[in-house]
Design a protein around this ligand. Structure first.
Ligand SMILES: Nc1nc2c(ncn2[C@@H]2O[C@H](COP(=O)(O)OP(=O)(O)OP(=O)(O)O)[C@@H](O)[C@H]2O)c(=O)[nH]1
Length: 180
């Protein structure tokens, strides 16, 4: 029998190139991969973390941002306990697409899903979206907010650990309301 008490599915979505795969690799493998190719369909990684002495297994689904994979990736929303919506703080169009992503989430995800907005690539000097603009957007849409850098490992551990903690706190209710 596998040694964990909680199992949560975390799904990353957002435009192509915002750094979803790099965030997952940074968290699960502790590295920033060079020359990362675009994700085809969906990738899957696992990491077990410890919260309050309990083992929590995170199943992390890294979806392709490209439009042509949308129908595949949508099918992963339904069973997600947490959805991380990522944009690139140095690329305005990735922020402008957020309402479209939210519509997808509304349509396909469980309405109790934990939603986190992430502005990635804080190490870049050509920032286009000020932090408070991201924060405002998250607040207006009832989402948690964090800025990260997969490259410099800023807030990446924190992102996934906070999700684990929050999901565990909701744990008792969630196991009844979510399909695995
Ligand atoms: N400077 C900087 N570059 C990053 C960061 N995260 C990712 N990148 C770069 O952004 C590009 C895209 O990263 P990916 O992780 O493949 O992006 P993705 O969102 O998974 O893209 P798709 O798989 O096509 O949806 C790569 O060239 C990465 O090296 C970061 O935190 N800082």
């Amino acid at each position: 029998m596998e040694d964990y008490k909680f199992l949560f599915k975390v799904v990353l979505v957002g435009n192509a190139g915002v750094g979803k795969t790099c965030l997952v690799r940074r968290f699960t493998q502790g590295l920033f991969p060079p020359g990362q190719g675009a994700t085809i369909g969906v990738d899957f990684m696992i990491k077990t973390v410890e919260v309050d002495g309990e083992k929590v297994k995170l199943q992390i689904w890294d979806t392709a941002g490209q439009e042509r994979f949308r129908s595949i990736t949508q099918s992963y929303y339904r069973s997600a306990h947490a959805l991380i919506l990522v944009y690139d703080i140095s690329c305005q169009p990735t922020f402008d697409c957020l309402p479209d992503w939210l519509r997808e989430i509304e349509e396909y995800a469980n309405n109790k899903v934990l939603r986190i907005l992430v502005g990635n690539k804080t190490d870049r000097e050509d920032r286009e979206i000020p932090r408070h603009i991201g924060e405002d957007f998250a607040q207006r849409h009832g989402m948690y907010f964090l800025e990260t850098s997969a490259k410099e490992a800023e807030n990446v551990e924190r992102l996934f650990m906070e999700i684990a903690v929050e999901l565990m706190e909701r744990g008792g209710v969630m196991t009844h309301n979510f399909t695995y």
